[in-house]
Design a protein around this ligand. Structure first.
Ligand code: C2O
Ligand code: CU
Length: 578
């Protein structure tokens, strides 16, 4: 069983246990004896079963089980300890066990709430709040049911509850993270070399065609995707960004391109958003070949979704053969690009540059030919071997370059089952194909570093964020949401190790700006294939990734989930050079 499914199983069992204890309590209060006993039996079994799931999760990593071991387990023990013996005595009047059963229900549900609302790291505050809730609810139920605990017992209980509530509230308020120093002067240390490629991108509202339907969009130069920017290594790009009428503001982020910090296009961090009527000029040298893309980083969730993105391809020199970019996007619910069919002569070398500009993973399957994955996230792989009848999963923001020599018969590229590019009719069904694991593909090479100067752990989860004006159910990192997540501070030259843990129920495509990270391990198994230098990688529920990089690009860099709705809902932090 994967850790992801263990997390789900544990949650389901916890919900079942709470519901059965509470239901049993209600049934016994209503003197429905068989129902009460039946539910209590289910509750007991479910509570005991959690011992198994919690132990298994703790073995997968303390991050997955901390609050379950420290808070849920003691509360569950209390539940069983209080309700169990009374049930075994099988009272003549079933109503006598109502309060103990309800107590067990409150104990298990408040532990469940700690997991759902608070998560990792477990805190004394959350534990105390949970205890306070259980005591208060039990006392109130006892009174309502006319059970007469002695005055001293219920007074003492109330005092405990109030004290726990007060200390708990104090302890759960996390101290604010040191603020990311936003330099509102935004000095631009633009390189002085004469540009060799000049482009103007004007952002504006537009109506565009999306697979046969005319839809409202936000577009660069009136088109979605925006113009494809191409360069040759060594070129100096100068891109003038203008905003015609996008009220939310725009900027250009060169996704995966490790530009100098002041060209990174993150409003509030490296520049101010470009407002309607304003412009901003980006200038940088194209010194890395590969497949990249650009997109607005202002209101990025809605901005990218509405169409403010485009392709950036940097080639090492002249192109031989056919070079095709396939930027996949969902615009107003319609898939882009429209299917393209072209004739290709046999033996022509073909490179398909696959780009996922959506916020969720896509599955790509190339049928009709053997192929190799030449590059991932713009970086060439070492010793990629031929693959056939194998699909690849590309995370949000990620890019794969597939290469092959055109066979005499047609080939077709399917994205989630839809033919997007083909050289003729292909009727292969690709749904059942196995998926490539990039960690086991290509030829390995020795690790470039033997020690780490800085290590950081990022635990991805969901939780209640009470720090803003309105409480929100945020996507969190280490229990906090943007802007309260402590930045990761490094020094120039440091070798930095990140451990990224997903204890939530959703995939988080992780994306660090300004650096490519080398994948070291996933779930404890070392990466065994070609070195993988990624800027976007899916951390699935229950997974633990270890990645490292050298801090060689000074500045303040966004480090966030590239499911941009998650990034907006809290899952953004910053890497800072001291
Ligand atoms: Cu493509 Cu900060 O993102
Ligand atoms: Cu996410």
């Amino acid at each position: 069983m994967t850790t992801g499914s263990l997390l789900v199983a544990d949650l389901v069992i916890a919900v079942l246990a709470s519901a059965a204890w509470l239901g049993g309590g209600a049934a016994s209060a209503a003197r429905r004896r068989p129902l009460a006993l039946g539910l209590a039996a289910v509750a007991l079994l479910a509570t005991l079963a959690r011992a198994i799931t919690i132990t298994a999760l703790a073995r997968a990593g303390w991050w997955f089980a901390a609050e379950k071991v420290l808070i849920a387990a003691p509360l569950s023990l209390a539940a069983v300890g209080v309700a169990g013996p009374r049930l075994l005595r099988a009272p003549g009047d079933i109503r006598a066990v109502a309060v103990p059963l309800l107590f067990a229900g409150y104990a298990t549900s408040s532990a469940l709430l700690v997991t759902i609302l608070h998560g990792y790291p477990a805190s004394a505050g959350a534990g105390l709040l949970a205890v306070a809730g259980v005591v208060a609810a039990t006392v109130i139920s006892g009174r309502a049911l006319g059970a007469r605990p002695s005055r001293t017992v219920s007074r003492a209980a109330l005092v405990v509850a109030v004290a726990a509530l007060l200390t708990g509230t104090g302890l759960t308020v996390v101290p604010a993270a040191p603020p990311v120093p936003h330099d509102h002067g935004y000095p631009v240390a633009r390189i002085s070399d004469e540009p060799t490629r000049r482009v103007t991108l004007t952002a504006g509202t537009a109506r565009v065609d999306a697979s046969g339907r005319n839809v409202a969009a936000w577009a660069f130069n009136g088109q979605v995707p925006g113009p494809e920017l191409t360069a040759t290594v060594g070129d100096v790009l100068e891109v003038t960004l203008r905003n015609r009428d996008i009220e939310r503001g725009v900027s250009l982020h060169w996704h995966g391109y490790d530009v100098p910090n002041d060209q990174d296009g993150v409003p509030g961090v490296t520049q101010a958003a470009v407002r309607p009527g304003q412009e901003f000029v980006y200038r940088f040298r194209a010194d890395q070949a590969g497949t990249y893309w650009y997109h607005t980083h202002s209101a990025s969730d809605v901005g990218v979704r509405m169409g403010l993105y485009g392709v950036l391809v940097v080639r090492p020199g002249s192109v031989t053969g056919l070079d095709v970019t396939v930027p996949v996007h969902t615009l107003a619910g319609r898939p882009l690009p429209a299917p393209r069919v072209e004739q290709v002569a046999a033996r022509v070398p073909v490179r398909l540059r696959l780009i996922n500009t959506d916020s969720t993973t896509h599955r790509y399957a190339l049928a009709g030919t053997a192929f190799r994955v030449a590059a991932i996230d713009g970086v060439d792989l070492r010793g990629p071997t031929p693959l056939a009848d194998t699909a690849v999963l590309i995370p949000a923001g990620g890019r794969y370059d597939l290469v092959f020599d055109a066979p005499a018969t047609p080939v077709a590229l399917f994205v989630d089952g839809r033919a997007v590019y083909s050289t003729g009719p292909v009727s292969t069904v690709t749904d059942a194909w196995p998926v490539l694991d990039p960690l086991a593909y290509g030829e390995s090479a020795p690790m470039p570093w033997s020690r780490f100067d800085k290590t950081f752990t990022l635990v991805l989860d969901r939780g209640l964020d009470l720090r803003g004006l309105l409480p929100r159910y945020a996507h969190t990192v280490n229990g906090a949401a943007d802007p309260d997540i402590a930045p990761q501070v490094v020094r120039l030259g440091d070798v930095v190790l990140f451990t990224i843990v997903n204890r939530s129920q959703t995939v988080h495509p992780w994306h660090l700006h300004g650096h490519h990270v080398l994948v070291l391990a996933r779930d404890g198994s070392p990466a065994a294939g070609s070195p993988l230098w990624l800027d976007s990688f899916d951390v699935r529920p229950g997974e633990v990734w270890k990645v490292a990089f050298r801090a060689d690009n000074p500045g303040v860099w966004a480090n966030h989930c590239h499911n941009l709705a998650h990034a907006d809902a809290g899952m953004t932090l910053h890497l800072m050079y001291s």
